[in-house]
Write a protein that binds this ligand. Structure first.
Ligand code: ADP
Ligand code: MG
Length: 347
C-alpha cells in the first residue's frame, strides 16, 4: 500500500494539486528521458507544455554531451585528456561557471566535496559497473590526484585545466542539479509556470501557491525505498536526495556505496543514511546533498546554521529523522511506524 502511495505522491495526484494554472483533471504533459545514467520524468502544465517538453529534452541532451566524462567528445573529457599538459581548454561559459561553483563547495566544506574524485570512483568500479574493493595503498596513491585546488578555472576567459597528469573530473554529484536549473529556465522561457521535474532523485517543483496547495514530494525511507519517512510540501523549490542506498555493491557481506569520502577514498561512513536538501536553487541542492552526506549530521547542521538558502531532512543510521526548522510547517513526518523518531533542528 505504502509503495503505491509513494508512487502517487511522487508523480500523479500531487501534480493536480500543484499550481494555479491547470484545472483539476488536467494531468499535464509527461515525458520520460534516460540521460546522465538515470531515468528522468518531466510533467509540465499549460498550453505550451508539449513544445516546452521538447525544449527540455534538447537541453538535457546538450548538457549530457557537455558534462559526461564517458563521452569522448564532451568538454569534460577534453579537460581530462589534457590533465597536466598545461593546455588551457576553452569551455562554454556555462561549464566554467559550474566548475567554479564546484570549487566553491569544495572550499566551503573541506574534505567533503571534490569533483576531482574520478580516479577513486574508477578504482571502485563505479564508472563502468565493474565493482571491486581497492587496497589501501592503491587508494592512498589515487588520493594524491584528488584536489579541486588543482583544477584551475578562469571564468572571465572561459577556460579551465587540470594541473596534474592523471587527474580527472567527475561531475556526477551536481550534473543533474545543474540540468534541473537549466531545464527550469528553458521551460520558463516558454511560459511554463507549473511543472514537476524529477531528474533521478532531484525533484524540482515549479509553481505558485495560487490555489493554496503546494506540490508534495515523498522522502524515501533509505532502509526500504518502497516506503517513505515523510512528505514535503514544495513550491518553487528542489528537493535533492543523496543516499548510500542509491548505488552500491556488496562484497563479502559488506555494502559499498557510491558517495566517496575524499579524506579516505572509501564510501563515506558519516552516520547518515540519506540527506535531502531543499532549496530554490537546484544546483546548490544537488551539490550539498552529496557534500553533507559525507560531512555527517553535526557538520551538516553547523553548515545549515551559517547559511540561509537551504533546509535539510536527514535520516540517520540510528533511526532518527532530523528536519531543519524552516521545514517545520512543510514536512509531514510519517516514519513512526517504520521505527524512526522525529527531531527538529533549530538555529
Ligand atoms: P546520485 O548521482 O546518485 O543522485 P549524488 O548527487 O550524491 O547521487 O552524486 C553521487 C556521485 O557524485 C557519484 O556517483 C560520483 O560521481 C560523485 N561523487 C562521489 N563522491 C563525491 C564527493 N565526495 N564529492 C564530489 N563528487 C562525488
Ligand atoms: Mg548530489
Amino acid at each position: 500500500m505504502k509503495r503505491w502511495i509513494s508512487f502517487l505522491l511522487a508523480f500523479s495526484f500531487l501534480c493536480l494539486a500543484g499550481c494555479g494554472a491547470p484545472t483539476v483533471g488536467d494531468v499535464g504533459t509527461s515525458g520520460q528521458i534516460f540521460a546522465m545514467d538515470t531515468v528522468m520524468n518531466l510533467t509540465l502544465f499549460g498550453e505550451r507544455a508539449e513544445s516546452a517538453l521538447e525544449s527540455a529534452r534538447t537541453e538535457i541532451t546538450r548538457l549530457e554531451q557537455l558534462l559526461s566524462r564517458t563521452r569522448e567528445e564532451s568538454q569534460i573529457s577534453m579537460l581530462n585528456a589534457h590533465a597536466g599538459d598545461g593546455v588551457e581548454i576553452s569551455v562554454e561559459s556555462d561549464l566554467a561557471g559550474l566548475l567554479a561553483f564546484a570549487k566553491s563547495v569544495h572550499q566551503a566544506l573541506p574534505g567533503c566535496f571534490d569533483i576531482t574524485i574520478a580516479p577513486v570512483m574508477d578504482a571502485w568500479g563505479f564508472t563502468k559497473d565493474a565493482y571491486r574493493v581497492p587496497g589501501e595503498e592503491e587508494l592512498a596513491e589515487l588520493l594524491e590526484l584528488v584536489n579541486s585546488e588543482d583544477l584551475l578555472v578562469d571564468e572571465q576567459a572561459s577556460t579551465a585545466r587540470l594541473a596534474r597528469s592523471g587527474m580527472e573530473l567527475d561531475l556526477g554529484a551536481l550534473a543533474k542539479g545543474f540540468a534541473a536549473g537549466r531545464v527550469q529556465a528553458a521551460i520558463q522561457a516558454e511560459g511554463i509556470t507549473c511543472a514537476m521535474l524529477d531528474l533521478g532523485g532531484n525533484i524540482t517543483a515549479l509553481g505558485s501557491k495560487e490555489d493554496g496547495s503546494p506540490w508534495r514530494v515523498a522522502v524515501k525511507n533509505p532502509q526500504d525505498t518502497g516506503t517513505y519517512v515523510g512528505v514535503l510540501s514544495l513550491t518553487d523549490a528542489t528537493a535533492s536526495t543523496s543516499g548510500g542506498y542509491e548505488r552500491y555493491f556488496e562484497e563479502d557481506g559488506v555494502r559499498y556505496h557510491h558517495i566517496i569520502d575524499p579524506k579516505t577514498g572509501a564510501p563515506a561512513q558519516s552516520g547518515l543514511l540519506s540527506v535531502s536538501v531543499i532549496s530554490p536553487d537546484p544546483l546548490l541542492a544537488d551539490a550539498l546533498s552529496t557534500a553533507l552526506f559525507v560531512a555527517g549530521e553535526e557538520e551538516a547542521l553547523d553548515y545549515w546554521r551559517q547559511s540561509e538558502d537551504f533546509e535539510l531532512v536527514l535520516c540517520t543510521q540510528d533511526n532518527r529523522v532530523v528536519v531543519t526548522q524552516g521545514l517545520e510547517e512543510s514536512f509531514r513526518f510519517d516514519g513512526e511506524e517504520l521505527g524512526y523518531t522525529y527531531e527538529i533542528a533549530r538555529r
